[in-house]
Structure formats: structure tokens, C-alpha cells
Design a binder for this molecule. Structure first.
Ligand code: NDP
Ligand code: OXD
Length: 306
């Protein structure tokens, strides 16, 4: 069996070494133009040329949960596209989102500013019941995040495409229940995949329906947000702030207003990092299961785009 590795923005060598150890019977090589046809590919944002030269791939294994970059390309018709299924990311996402929500709710950002001025002052405790948190996307990451928030006793709501049940979470589904979900939400957490249906979903209309004093935590993709609409709602005071981990252009350009906005906290796409060991173990197990003809988790529905 031949496995080819093609990653932009990521060093291939450590992945190849780890995949060779996990798949001892396989020939694992970095892809170069003109390389022989492989059975499976392990990729992150590969160029179109790679896919054009590998038309008979059986499996394309993405080293991330989001497949939006891959879905923009012309893929071999019969290849099964597989994304990372947690692989150590859901606990990181839960940490990141709980930190962002609690930092805002408990006003730790304001206490940090006070401390920098040597100021000892208490703020009036806020009521959790006044900070319902709505999680968009109740998949592998969103469901874990929603449950972690519920453990801190926030009222938690969730929204997904099809109806879901998550313990401790008031679930909404589909376009028909979107407005109701938004109107019941003050802190909005985005964990949707980026697809044609969800691009620009966080615009003036959507964010404007949040309860006054709303807060946005975007940990999915930058192209979900209409940047100018978010800035306008922050400046009008309808939104109290935003924690943004993902951006339309990454790295976030130095001149982008998000860097300097007093109500925005920027982090560099770091909310849930791909962990190589966990990811290689998962991918190697899936390749072996696939070759045995067994079903595998994390297969992308190409029609839905995630
Ligand atoms: P999943 O595929 O497991 O979950 C996606 C969820 O979104 C599902 O609940 C799905 O609904 C819902 N959804 C999709 N389309 C729509 C729609 N049009 N309307 C309403 N709900 C919709 O994905 P993951 O949880 O694994 O990952 C989510 C995203 O997180 C990734 O696609 C990626 O972009 C981002 N991510 C960001 C990282 C970072 O470091 N910032 C790291 C990892 C991932 P249904 O349940 O009905 O299918
Ligand atoms: C992912 C990411 O999709 O890191 O896994 O953004």
C-alpha cells in the first residue's frame, strides 16, 4: 500500500516518520510532482495539481476537522474524504471557549486593566441566568463545548442542521428555529463548518438578533463573519465584545482593525491545535479499517460539504 503526504503550511517530515511507524506495511512518501499513484493521501490544503495527478486515490485523510479548503478543489470522484474526528481537539476547544466565556462573564478583562493600574475594586456579581450561551454547531466539537459550558451552570442552547439531543442543552435545529435560538442567546459561540450555507452567516442580521450586550466567540472559520458588520455592532454598543480565533485572512494582516479594537480579543487560530500523535494514530487506524472494508467515522458528506 502506498500513502502520499501533501501538506501546505505544515512540515511533512514528522508526519511521514510517524505514519511510517504506525503503518509498517505501507510505503509512505512526501508527494512531489510526477510521483506514482498512491492508495491514500494524508493532506492539509493541498494544491489542485496534487489531486489532478492522483486521480485514483481511495481515501483522502485531512489533518484537520474542517475540510473547507479541500472542498474548494476538484477532488477525485470516487475518493472517500475523511476528516479528523476529535483527535484531542474537543477538550482544547472546551478549554478555550469556557475560558473566553468566563473571562467575559466574570469581567476578568476589566480586573486585569484595574490591576495594571494598582486598583483594588470589586464589580457587582453578574447573574448566570442573564448570560445564556448559544453554540452554533453541535457536532464533535460543539457538543463537547456545550456540555463543558453547562457544567459551569450557564443556560446553554445549541443549534444544528438536523435535530440533536445533548444533555443539559436546549437544542434548536434548522433555519426555522434559527431566529428563536438567536433571540434566546446572549453569548454566541460559533462551531459550524464553513460551507456555502454557512459562509457570512455572522452578519448584521444574525448578530443583531442576539440579546443586548451580546458577545461573540468565533472559533470556527473567519469567513463565517462579515467583519464590517461585527465592527458596526460593537461600535453601536449592541455587542459588548468578541473573542476571535479565526480570520478571513490568516495571519490576520497588521492593518486589520480587529487587532486594535478595544472590545476584541485576537488569538492566532490556536483554540484547538492538531495534535500529531493522536491524529496519526487515528488516521492509521482508519486506513487499516478502510482496507479491511470496515466502516470508519469522520467521512465527509460531499453534498453537505462537511
Ligand atoms: P462536525 O461536522 O462534527 O459538526 C458540525 C456541526 O455543524 C453539526 O452539528 C452540523 O449539524 C452543524 N451544521 C453544519 N451546517 C449547518 C447549517 N447549515 N445549519 C446549522 N447547523 C449546521 O464538525 P466539528 O465539530 O468537528 O468541527 C466544527 C468546525 O470547527 C470545523 O469545521 C472547523 O471549521 C472548526 N475548527 C476550528 C479549529 C480551530 O483551531 N479554530 C480546530 C478544529 C475545528 P448536524 O449535526 O445536523 O450535521
Ligand atoms: C481544523 C483547524 O479544522 O485546525 O482542524 O482549524
Amino acid at each position: 500500500m502506498r500513502v502520499t503526504v501533501c501538506c501546505s503550511d505544515t512540515k511533512a517530515a514528522p508526519w511521514i516518520e510517524a505514519l511510517r511507524a504506525a503503518l509498517p506495511g505501507a510505503a509512505v512518501e512526501e508527494w512531489r510532482p510526477g510521483a506514482p499513484q498512491a492508495d491514500h493521501a494524508v493532506v492539509w490544503a493541498p494544491p489542485q495539481q496534487f489531486l489532478d495527478e492522483q486521480p485514483d486515490l481511495k481515501g483522502i485523510f485531512n489533518i484537520g476537522a474542517g475540510v473547507d479548503a479541500l472542498m474548494k478543489l476538484a477532488l477525485p470522484r470516487d475518493a472517500v474524504v475523511v476528516r479528523l474526528d476529535d483527535a484531542g481537539m474537543s477538550v482544547q476547544m472546551a478549554e478555550f471557549v469556557c475560558h473566553a466565556v468566563i473571562r467575559h462573564f466574570r469581567e476578568f478583562d476589566a480586573y486585569e486593566r484595574d490591576a495594571a493600574q494598582g486598583k483594588w475594586g470589586f464589580r457587582r456579581p453578574r447573574l448566570r441566568s442573564e448570560f445564556p450561551v448559544g453554540v452554533m454547531g453541535l457536532g464533535v466539537l460543539g457538543a463537547r463545548v456545550a456540555q463543558a459550558l453547562a457544567a459551569f451552570e450557564f443556560p446553554v442552547l445549541g443549534w444544528s442542521r438536523s435535530a440533536r439531543e445533548v444533555a443539559g442543552v436546549r437544542c434548536f435545529a434548522g433555519g426555522a428555529q434559527f431566529d428563536n435560538f438567536l433571540a434566546s442567546t446572549r453569548v454566541l459561540v460559533n462551531l459550524l463548518p464553513l460551507t456555502p450555507d454557512t459562509e457570512n452567516i455572522l452578519d448584521r442580521a444574525t448578530l443583531g438578533r442576539l440579546q443586548p450586550g451580546g458577545y461573540l466567540v468565533n472559533v470556527a472559520r473567519g469567513a463565517h463573519v462579515v467583519d464590517a458588520d461585527l465592527l458596526a455592532l460593537l461600535d453601536s454598543g449592541h455587542l459588548a465584545g468578541a473573542a476571535l480565533d479565526v480570520f478571513r485572512t490568516e495571519p490576520l494582516p497588521a492593518e486589520h482593525p480587529f487587532w486594535r479594537h478595544p472590545k476584541i480579543t485576537v488569538t492566532p487560530h490556536t483554540s484547538a491545535r492538531t495534535l500529531r500523535d493522536e491524529s496519526v494514530t487515528q488516521i492509521a487506524r482508519k486506513i487499516a479499517a478502510f482496507e479491511r472494508g470496515e466502516p470508519i467515522a469522520g467521512v465527509v458528506d460531499r453534498k453537505k460539504g462537511y
